[in-house]
Design a protein around this ligand. Structure first.
Ligand SMILES: Cc1cc2nc3c(=O)[nH]c(=O)nc-3n(C[C@H](O)[C@H](O)[C@H](O)COP(=O)(O)OP(=O)(O)OC[C@H]3O[C@@H](n4cnc5c(N)ncnc54)[C@H](O)[C@@H]3O)c2cc1C
Length: 404
């Protein structure tokens, strides 16, 4: 009979989700003398922190600003990001023993290269500050009552109903379901009539099917520094050919801006002109075969793969204007129409989510439901690859804590 009784708790808030946002929120609330309970569905907290950045956790980006976040309202994240800045992230972790080292493009990782150290900061601080964490506790629902909320959860095979004045929904997005990702945040938003912006996998590899697929497959494993663009954005980083399509940082970045049916464009030799390079080379070495020249510029495998698209068996001296034009357009404007993406199993984040229209940009409180807050990946704020998503998660956790 205990199953359906509601227990009045003395917590100031219940935080649903022991991920980046929820853990930061619990710690910051603790600093302010507030007591919180973190409910985590998995048997341990911080599962995504542990696998992030290949187990090394790219925990922020030195250049983070509102420009690297995608949202229906591009201004929404500004207040949160200014209340908890990159410097705040860096000094917070430094205070608790994590020194950052920049790998590339402002991406900061712990010097130890160990994401466990990041999670340990939060579990130690929660213990020191008396913030409770219950693992294996899956929240099933939230009811709004006169003095707050009733949170229903399942723990040890039993249903428990906890009454609390405030709730924080930090249950993350849909990527990697096998690691505990749920649609809880979206389900609750729907139940309370909050607008949800279309969700889709983002920072995700793109697939190629049909007659073009074997071409990509033969190049599997080849990585090339490129500029990848569409009509919205452009990124200069590596792309990686795989047996099912394209991956690598530049592809993950553009995937967040790609919609099914659209093309993406790839400059395989950014900031140089292949036509000019060939004209220079043929002055000195006109007998050189185009194949050998391209193999030198790229890889042999890549040059060979171009044999069905370019006259690679001609020598440089015999290339005519039309040849040079087709080389130029293939190298500098390689056109790709992905069939789709690898889905939530391979995506790093979810794009879309709870509409920012529903939240106060200053506090992240749901405008029409006082005492309910949304943070982290549930919200329609999606960062680029490179530590931006954690910066948003830490910052939103901090901001919510100020209001509890
Ligand atoms: C493979 C991979 C690598 C990544 N690497 C990076 C990186 O290096 N840098 C970066 O900035 N970002 C990275 N990200 C993105 C980053 O992990 C997320 O943006 C971030 O974790 C979001 O934080 P969050 O707190 O909103 O959600 P999460 O960290 O996902 O936490 C949500 C938590 O809520 C729990 N939960 C869900 N539903 C319930 C429920 N009903 N009841 C109780 N608990 C529930 C989940 O189990 C989870 O622990 C990576 C993502 C992936 C998948």
């Amino acid at each position: 009979m205990t199953a359906n009784l509601t227990k009045q708790t003395d917590f100031d808030a219940i935080i649903i989700g022991g991920g980046a946002c929820g853990l930061m929120c619990a710690v910051q609330a603790g600093f302010l003398g507030k007591r919180t309970l973190v409910l985590e569905k998995n048997d341990k907290v911080g599962a995504k922190i542990l696998i992030s950045g290949g187990g090394r956790c790219n925990y922020t980006n030195l250049y983070a600003s509102a420009q690297q976040f995608i949202s229906d309202n591009e201004h929404f994240c500004k207040s949160t990001l200014s209340q908890w800045t990159v410097d705040d992230t860096v000094s917070f972790f430094e205070t608790y023993g994590i020194i950052g080292k920049e790998k590339t493009l402002g991406q900061l990782f712990p010097e130890s290269d160990n994401a466990r150290d990041v999670v340990k900061v939060f579990t130690s601080l929660c213990a020191d500050l008396g913030q409770e964490i219950w693992c294996d506790a899956e929240v099933k629902g939230i009811e709004q009552v006169d003095n707050g909320f009733i949170v229903s959860l399942e723990r040890n095979g039993r249903t428990e109903n906890l009454s609390v004045p405030k709730v924080v929904i930090a249950s993350g997005g849909l990527p990697i379901p096998k690691m505990g990702a749920t649609d809880f945040g979206l389900r609750i938003a729907k139940k309370f009539g909050l607008k949800i912006n279309d969700t889709a996998p983002a920072l995700v590899p793109l697939t190629i099917t049909g007659k073009d697929q074997p071409w990509y497959e033969q190049l599997s494993g080849n990585s090339i520094f490129c500029r990848v663009w569409n009509d919205r954005i452009s990124f200069e980083e590596n792309i990686l050919f795989t047996h099912w399509g394209l991956s690598g940082p530049a592809i993950l970045q553009i995937s967040s801006y790609w919609r099914p049916g659209e093309y993406i464009y790839i400059d395989l030799l950014p900031n140089q002109s292949i036509a000019e390079l060939i004209l220079q080379e043929r002055e000195a070495n006109g007998k050189k075969m185009l194949l050998a020249y391209l193999a030198n510029l790229f890889t042999r495998k890549f040059a060979e793969a171009l044999s069905d698209k370019l006259p690679v068996d001609k020598n440089l001296a015999s290339l005519n204007k039309t040849d040079l034009e087709s080389i130029n357009s293939l190298i500098h404007e390689f056109k790709v129409k992905p069939a789709g993406d690898k889905g939530y199993d391979k995506a790093e984040v979810m794009r879309g989510g709870v509409s920012t229209d529903e939240l106060s940009s200053k506090t992240l409180e749901v405008k029409k439901i006082p005492g309910m807050y949304y943070g982290g990946e549930c919200v329609d704020v999606t960062g680029w690859l490179g530590g931006y998503n954690f910066q948003w998660a830490w910052a939103s956790g901090f901001v919510i804590a100020q209001g509890l």
